[in-house]
Ligand binder design. Structure first.
Ligand code: FE
Length: 346
């Protein structure tokens, strides 16, 4: 367990003691909030420190993968020290909610600050940063006027040209969930089959590997979240920047419903021992300062309008986003997985 705070009254209680759920531990550490986080950015730490400076509330961070954290909270049960769970992708937030680990929060601050479509209808979780799933193309080998939508990725003219990661990845599942919502299951299935036919190789690696696939000439088109490309563009390593220069970015479906968007978000845990502090932390994440820092740390977009972005994102300009409530991405997740299986998208 790490602590982001400075004023540690009892130093940090050994994790085992906290997990044991002793009344002493939870009472003695009242001025704290325990954050289970599936985000792993150094910049987030600085933000928690700012929260501590402003409120005097220590932030204890436990990091892990999303499903790992969900399992941990479930097994800790009523004795769980977890106050807030923070993760990426509405699909993961939806899973956490389905597992019953969140409680409903009704906060005027959050309701005012965050757009409706970026939070759970009953306040089970809230989105604090936006990520766009975009199409990348080879500047050397591909004319970008040939494609402008996700739907066209299934067009037979792109046979053998596309790099995209595996279907067990939540980002692709959420993209598929959005296609199910807009077109129905049958059309979504046809799309998946078309994309499988157009793959340049069997799915492998993460989003960055798809961009690298373009740079190496293995594929002409790729799909990935926008910040992986922004990272390469901003890298200290000249080799990364060279990769980025050989790749172009397309924000899909600009003449229609807009680009598929997902979120980084958080909810207050069902048995949160420090519920008030948990809500304060979420409200803090919606402040202008936090929005800027939280999003900027990973080149994401703030969800609150008018908050500054970074130069790379600004250089891409504004784009239209699909305003589907991101909760739908979770609701359609099981069907998305079934469609991928049937389409043999590994
Ligand atoms: Fe990511």
């Amino acid at each position: 367990m790490k602590t982001a705070g400075v004023k540690t009254v009892r130093a940090v209680a050994p994790l085992a003691a906290v997990i044991a759920g002793s009344a002493f531990a939870s009472q003695a550490l009242a001025d704290e909030v325990n954050l289970y986080s599936a985000r792993h950015y150094d910049s987030d730490e600085a933000l928690y420190q700012a929260f501590t400076d402003e409120t005097g509330i220590e932030v204890n961070v436990i990091e892990g993968g999303s499903s790992q954290l969900i399992e941990r909270i479930k097994s800790e049960g009523v004795a769980s020290p977890a106050d807030v769970m923070l993760t990426v992708d509405a699909g993961n937030l939806w899973r956490a909610e389905q597992e019953g680990i969140f409680q409903s929060v009704d906060s005027d601050v959050l309701n005012d600050r965050l757009p409706d479509n970026m939070r759970h209808p009953d306040g089970m979780w809230f989105g604090f940063s936006e990520r766009a799933r975009v199409i990348y193309y080879s500047r050397d080998n591909f004319d970008p006027s040939q494609i402008s939508t996700y739907e066209e990725l299934a067009d037979p003219q792109f046979e053998g040209q596309i790099c995209i990661r595996s279907s067990n990845n939540i980002y692709n599942q959420s993209l598929m969930a959005s296609l199910i919502e807009h077109h129905g299951e049958e059309a979504a299935q046809e799309w998946a089959e078309g994309v499988v036919n157009n793959m340049a190789r069997d799915p492998e690696g993460g989003d960055t590997d798809q961009i690298l696939g373009i740079a190496s000439g293995e594929c002409d088109l790729a799909v990935g979240n926008h910040y992986y490309y922004a990272r390469l563009l901003n890298s200290d390593d000249e080799a990364d920047r060279e990769v980025a220069r050989s790749v172009g970015i397309i924000f899909p479906n600009q003449d229609g419903r807009g680009t598929h968007i997902n979120i980084g978000g958080a909810g207050v845990v069902e048995n949160a021992p420090n519920r008030e502090n948990a809500v304060r932390l979420l409200e803090f994440l919606s402040s202008d300062m936090a929005q800027e820092a939280f999003a900027e740390g990973n080149h994401e977009y703030p969800v609150v309008d008018g908050v500054m972005q970074n130069p790379v994102l600004d250089s891409w300009g504004d784009f239209n986003t699909d305003d589907l409530n991101v909760n739908v991405l979770g609701e359609n997740n099981p069907e998305a997985i079934r469609i991928f299986d049937r389409a043999e998208w590994r």
